[in-house]
Design a protein around this ligand. Structure first.
Ligand code: BGC
Ligand code: NOJ
Length: 813
């Protein structure tokens, strides 16, 4: 069953009924001001940090689902009936409801009793505000006398504190209203130099006190002031400040009016907070022109056109045309778009991660670069340097940092022993994309400690050495708190309810080893060797290679189970992911990763591992983490066995790691298998089973319930997941084989046998490559011509003249 359709021409997904199985959301903003918005206008906004700088409230896990947002109400002043054109919160039966989620904007609208209304929500580029353009048309034969209302609920900045510290919070709320603009200035009187505002293009009444607007014991679906048809001009003192505006709409038959609302965030220099100086009144001198500008419909339209152009350019860096519509649509539009969101927010904000719990993950953000770096390399550069600055002198890393402070998060700390290697992966992706070797010389602090600056290259060395100094009894890397699989907590041994599996450690950590980290080490070591080699450090390069080769031997000796790669050794030295195990005999991570890293390609291990994955882990909805699922809690394994079978890391389909197998398959030259796995979890290809899948058909979800779960096939936690970057990377760089390398653009497609080929456009290091691949045989060997000239191998080097456009033809046979 479908709840809408793709409008690929406009790069939109159009939802045609409001009661989607879950809120189907979109992200607004792509720089510093962000919001999430559901198909029924639910959601919240924040500046840089979903926890520390939250502008508006949103209550998770609420009943009904998805309550609190950017609500518009219309009221017919004759019949006194009022409704929400976005369905929520009043949930009237609407005509022609639609929600168009596009690139950085959302338009929601409908018709009710002959009144048509649409609201376009977006965040203009380079501004810390969002615009709501509400357009109302009278489709009746008679004049309509209406009132329009718009409302939001302010958050008192720190979303965690806001939801818990009521003894303080009920006293601190403060607002000002000047020239009809509502300013939210809680804590501005003391240490904050920022405030929020909510403005309306038309004069009218307002409310800023929640109780005055909603009435006692009432909710957003039935605000007393809307029912009465008149806001009360209330001023909030403490309790819950809100922003609500009311405008009059007298519409002749056929007449259309647009009202613009602007919700924004503004900072003043600390010594210019008040105007007049010495008063307690917010200095509005610099914000007023901004507000005035965007309340103007024409300016708002122009800002919207700039946003459209921005996405046209950003997505234009890579566009493809294959025989598969789902591939095209995800690669050209939605998957790339999702990569922007994961880059910006890591895992910190969404409908499911309350936006409170997590900052930017070290491993997460490094991996996110794989799908993002080509779009805005300068921002990838900045991110790499921020991440590296949170690295610890030991080479280890804080697991997360807060985007606002850019400092490592002490609550979670470090000790996830895979973390440091992802920095090598991220930097390598950046170098391959840009050829900007200067980044390696950038002085970067350790643990944000002034004076500790060392070139970024040294950070990579320390990442590598971190593992060399931490190997276990078999010579494999010690796992620490966990590796990529956060829930394989082999030193935790927690029997106390409520303890964090991630931060509890009851063992000294000297025994439990990870085959996955071993594979990652081999991969990272070879990447680092290639980097060292290019910057003239041949001796160091040789050392990295030697260590990587040594680790590969250890994997062959102690990490191979006969048919597949083992997953780990626990604190007793027992195998995990072996045929000897009762449950959890085979895992995806070590098998996918080792094949991806090229381990066992020559001696048949990689092929055997991929065949075993196909036989034991692959399902029609994707590849599960392990089999058999853990049927009970194992003290020595940690969180993984805490989940009921089929969910999350306990044999769920963790979509993030499926691409490792896809890439593994391409390394074996098996394009059919690779693309088949790709299609099983491709959200667009799952659109028809929307009532089972439940999450949005335009973005990846973190997990699809595995075959052991009663809800097999049901997706959860969409949007902010490493799945976005990895699937993008797998399809673009390994299946389509348009791959960045240190030397140039490599063309090495491993596509399905049935494809006659594909065409693509790729802007790479300032040159546009027009690529056409034609299949003439069933294999993967490629004969290339560049601007008509045959070239050796499959790397297209940068033109030596001033050509800005290059035609690349590849014949597959
Ligand atoms: C989840 C993991 C997640 C971890 C850290 C666990 O409960 O299952 O997927 O990475 O928490 O937030
Ligand atoms: C989600 C986390 O953000 C990611 O870092 C981790 O690798 C996966 N869960 C798997 O546990």
């Amino acid at each position: 069953m479908k709840f809408g359709y793709f409008d690929d021409q406009n790069r939109e997904y159009v939802i045609t009924r409001p009661d989607t199985p879950l809120p189907w959301i979109n992200y607004l903003g792509c720089q510093a001001y962000f919001g999430i918005i559901s198909n029924t206008a639910g959601g919240y906004s924040f500046y840089r940090d979903a926890r520390l700088r939250r502008l508006t409230r949103y209550r998770y896990n609420n009943v009904p689902l998805d309550f609190g947002g950017r609500y518009v109400y219309l009221r017919d002043n004759e019949s006194k009936e009022f409704w929400s054109p976005s369905w929520q919160p009043t949930r009237h039966e609407l005509k022609d409801y639609s929600c168009r989620h596009g690139m950085g904007y959302t338009v929601i609208g409908s018709t009710f009793t002959g009144i048509e209304s649409h609201t376009r929500y977006f965040v203009p580029l380079d501004e810390n505000l969002e615009i709501w353009q509400v357009t109302v048309t009278n489709r009746r034969a008679t004049k309509a006398s209406l009132s329009g209302f718009a409302s939001i609920e302010f958050c008192l900045w720190d979303a965690q504190d806001d939801a818990t510290n009521f003894q303080r919070n009920f006293n601190t709320g403060q607002v000002e209203v000047e020239d009809g603009v509502i300013y939210h200035k809680t804590e501005y009187r003391e240490r904050r130099n920022h405030f929020a505002y909510f403005a309306c293009s038309e004069p009218g009444r307002f409310d800023t006190q929640r109780e005055a607007f909603l009435g006692r014991y009432r909710a957003w679906d039935n605000p007393a002031a809307v029912e009465a048809g008149e806001l009360t001009n209330s001023i909030a003192h403490g309790w819950s400040p809100i922003g609500a505006h009311q405008v009059k709409l007298e519409l002749e038959p056929g007449e259309t009016r647009q009202v613009v609302f602007v919700l924004g965030y503004h900072e003043n220099p600390v010594d210019q907070k008040f105007d007049p100086p010495g008063s307690q009144i917010v200095n509005k001198n610099t914000v007023k022109p901004v507000i005035a500008r965007y309340l103007d419909s024409k300016q708002a339209d122009a800002a919207f056109e700039r946003l459209r152009a921005y996405w046209q350019t950003t997505l234009g860096v890579f566009q493809v045309n294959t025989p598969d519509i789902h591939t095209n649509r995800m690669v050209n539009i939605w998957n790339a778009y999702q990569c922007m969101a994961t880059f910006n927010m890591s895992r910190s904000a969404s409908f499911y991660e309350s936006g409170i719990g997590r900052g930017l993950g070290f491993r997460d953000s490094n991996q996110d670069l794989l799908g993002f770096v080509h779009m805005v390399p300068s921002r990838a550069r900045e991110r790499i340097l921020d991440l590296a600055a949170t690295q610890l002198p030991s080479g280890g890393a804080y697991h997360q940092y807060q985007p606002l402070t850019k400092r490592g998060n002490n609550d979670i700390g470090g000790g996830f022993n895979d973390d440091p290697h992802w920095l090598i992966v991220g930097v390598s992706a950046y170098l391959k994309e840009t050829g900007d070797w200067s980044i390696l010389d950038e002085p970067v602090q350790y643990d944000n400690e002034p004076g500790s600056e060392q070139p970024l290259y040294e950070h990579l060395q320390r990442s590598f050495n971190y593992t060399l100094a931490r190997v276990g009894p078999h010579g494999l890397p010690l796992i620490g708190r966990a590796d990529w699989n956060d829930c394989l907590n082999l030193n935790c041994f927690s029997d106390t309810p409520g303890q964090s599996f991630q931060t509890t450690t009851n063992k000294d950590g000297k025994v439990a080893e990870s085959v996955f980290i071993a594979g990652l080490f081999v991969y990272a070591g070879r990447e680092l060797a290639a980097i060292a080699d290019r910057i003239g450090l041949g001796v160091e390069a040789a050392t990295y290679l030697a260590e990587a080769n040594k680790m590969e031997e250890v994997i062959n000796r102690h990490g191979w189970d006969g048919e597949w790669f083992l997953r780990a050794y626990d604190d007793f030295g027992h195998k995990i992911g072996s045929k000897e195990c009762e449950e959890g005999k085979i895992f995806i991570e070590s098998n996918g990763w080792c094949a991806l890293a090229g381990i066992g390609l020559e001696d048949g291990k990689a092929q055997s591992a991929m065949d075993a994955v196909a036989a034991h882990l692959a399902t029609k909805h994707g590849i599960v983490v392990q089999q058999p699922a853990y049927s009970k809690y194992y003290l020595e394994l940690g969180e993984i066995s805490s989940y009921p079978p089929g969910y999350k890391e306990n044999a769920g389909i963790f979509c993030h790691v499926n691409p490792w197998v896809m890439i593994g398959e391409t390394r074996l030259g098996r394009g059919d298998a690779a693309h088949d796995y790709y299609s099983r979890i491709n959200p667009s290809a799952r659109e028809e089973i929307g009532d089972l899948h439940r999450c949005e058909p335009y973005v990846y979800a973190q997990m699809i319930a595995g075959k052991d779960a009663p809800t097999f096939g049901e997706a959860k936690n969409s949007w902010l997941t490493g799945t976005a970057a990895w699937n993008y990377y797998a399809i673009v760089q390994w299946i389509l084989g348009v791959r960045t390398s240190l030397d140039g653009l490599e063309i090495a497609p491993v596509i399905p046998k049935s494809w006659p080929g594909f065409t693509a456009t790729r802007t790479f290091r300032g040159v546009v490559y027009k690529i056409a691949i034609e299949r003439r045989g069933e294999g993967n060997s490629v004969a290339l011509t560049v601007d008509g000239e045959a070239v050796e191998g499959n790397v297209v080097h940068a033109p030596t003249d001033r050509r800005k456009e290059v035609v690349v033809k590849g014949i597959l046979s």
